[in-house]
Design a protein around this ligand. Structure first.
Ligand SMILES: [Zn+2]
Length: 499
């Protein structure tokens, strides 16, 4: 009897204290790979493994085991756009496509960023897109359409709650009508400059400074400000930040990387000591998917992974931080595939003596190496080619190493009467992309890349979702993407700054 009691005591004492309590975190960092579908994630992992002989931070985090499948389904549809997806991640409520953080009935729904702010936590939004764009905007704006004028959306972001750190693009919506962006943000280089698209004389940059924001517009300014600023507004382009490959091709060293911006945001937000909510978007992955440009997309995925590296370093030093990585949807129906276009591959004798003679050509490390070598986006190459098939052949050779035929280059440059590129199959699923010449080039290079694309739009597959820190185990399983909000709120709800 005594020994039975002893066993019971040992068993009971092995149940961790407070096992019934839900986990608490002081900080939540949500990283959204826009368009980072499962195939895109696998692409990044394969490239790092097979070409660079390393594991991405994404893979390390997935290996923790707190990994789930998030269903990105909006209200009354099966395919989601970035606005509804970000709204659902931000509010935990089903949203209609193209709306920003409104209920399906059209009422304002508080976002996690706003809830955090209300409780005295610091907040931040980081993106390599315009800050008025769907993903960042959904966390701090409420609009019936993501396609409403950019100034309307950004006015919501800047005048609703004071988001402590805002870093990204979209400066043209914040400077007075009739003026150039660089007049107010001198760090923005010519290539990324632009005219105001405000309808009025309002100067949101000056207003932000008056409210205590340190305003920066290049990498140096960002590095100088982040060790001391309490509130930080960084705008690095009139519109979106360029693709990573184009930033390099154009030699734009003044443009911060997603990692630079993420690190700066962490520095500022953590210094308040109040706890924080930070959303980081790798938005250009999606755009490269819309462009059907796999090499450019790869470099965006690697760039996103670098930002995740900075976040995981922070989490290691601040274990009371929940990190969640997810995507809003897949883009383009991207995949590697195999084909017969290069003729039947040569067979060979295996050490066993058996003759191995595959029927099809399968992609290998070689295609990954080639895509990793790509040094400019398809849009950049097409721009440089200026409609000349000969120059396009040269551009493609210089930036990818692929040898196009003149005929292929001509086919990639076919335009309709309006001067728009035309995708010949499934064109109704290319919408704006039907006029995107990059998609045509992507198809003409498929025999080199072994990459095929189904569409210029989004797709419905579940997205991989995973995390580290208090509550991360709640990310296991299959769920609607609104669950990501539920988990974030659950770990933050116990925490209120100053209490
Ligand atoms: Zn998209």
């Amino acid at each position: 009897m005594r020994s039975l009691l002893l066993v019971l005591t040992i068993l009971l004492s092995s149940v961790p204290m407070g096992a019934q309590e839900s986990p608490r975190a002081k900080n939540v960092i949500l990283l959204i790979g826009d368009g980072l579908g499962a195939a895109q994630t696998a692409f990044g992992l394969h490239y790092a493994n097979m070409v660079e002989g390393r594991k991405l931070h994404l893979e390390a985090l997935m290996n923790d085991g707190n990994t789930g499948y998030s269903m990105p389904t909006p209200y009354l549809s099966t395919v989601i756009d970035s606005a509804a997806a970000a709204s659902q991640l931000a509010t935990g409520r089903k949203a209609r496509n193209e709306t920003l953080s409104l209920s399906s009935d059209g009422y304002v729904v508080e976002t996690i960023l706003e809830a955090a702010k209300r409780r005295g936590l610091a907040t931040g939004l980081v993106s390599n897109m315009r800050l008025s764009h769907a993903t960042p905007a959904a966390f701090a704006a409420h609009q019936i359409s993501r396609y409403n004028p950019e100034p309307e959306i950004l006015d919501d972001v800047l005048t609703g709650y004071d988001v402590d750190v805002l870093l990204g693009g979209g400066a043209r919506a914040l400077v007075p009508a009739g003026r150039r962006v660089s007049e107010f943000l001198p760090g923005i280089v010519d290539e990324l400059d632009g005219d105001s698209n405000r309808p009025d004389e309002v100067n949101r940059i000056a207003e932000a400074k008056a409210k205590g924001y340190v305003v920066v517009s290049d990498r140096t300014g960002l590095a100088e400000a982040s060790p001391k600023a309490d509130k930080l507004l960084g705008l690095f382009a009139a519109s979106h930040l360029p693709y990573v490959v184009d930033t390099r091709a154009m030699g734009l060293e003044s443009v911060p990387s997603l990692r630079d911006m993420t690190q700066a945001a962490l520095d500022v937000l953590s210094r308040t000591g109040n706890g924080f909510f930070l959303m980081v978007e790798g938005g250009r992955i999606d755009y490269a998917g819309h462009d059907n440009d796999a090499g450019t997309m790869l470099h965006e995925i690697l760039d996103f992974d670098e930002a995740l590296g900075a976040v995981l370093d922070f989490q290691a030093r601040h274990p009371d931080t929940l990190v969640i990585v997810t995507a809003d949807h897949g883009t383009g129906g991207f995949s590697f595939t195999y084909g017969d276009f290069n003729g039947r591959p040569p067979g060979r004798e295996l050490p066993s003596g058996l003759a191995y003679a595959p029927h099809h050509s399968y992609p290998t490390r070689e295609q990954l190496v080639a895509l990793g070598r790509q040094s400019a986006s398809y849009l950049y190459m097409l721009d440089e080619a200026k409609g000349s098939p000969e120059r396009l052949v040269e551009e493609v050779r210089a930036h990818t190493g692929f040898e196009m035929t003149i005929q292929e280059a001509r086919e990639a440059l076919v335009r309709d009467a309006d001067g728009k590129a035309w995708i010949e199959d499934f064109s109704q699923f290319y919408q704006d992309q039907a006029s995107n010449p990059a998609c045509l080039l992507g198809r003409r290079l498929a025999r080199h890349t072994f990459v095929v694309w189904a569409t210029g739009a989004h797709t419905m597959e579940p997205v991989l979702t995973f995390g580290r820190g208090p509550g991360a185990e709640m990310l296991r399983g299959v769920y609607e993407n609104t669950h990501v909000y539920d988990v974030s709120m659950k770990v933050l709800q116990h925490y209120s700054a100053g209490r």
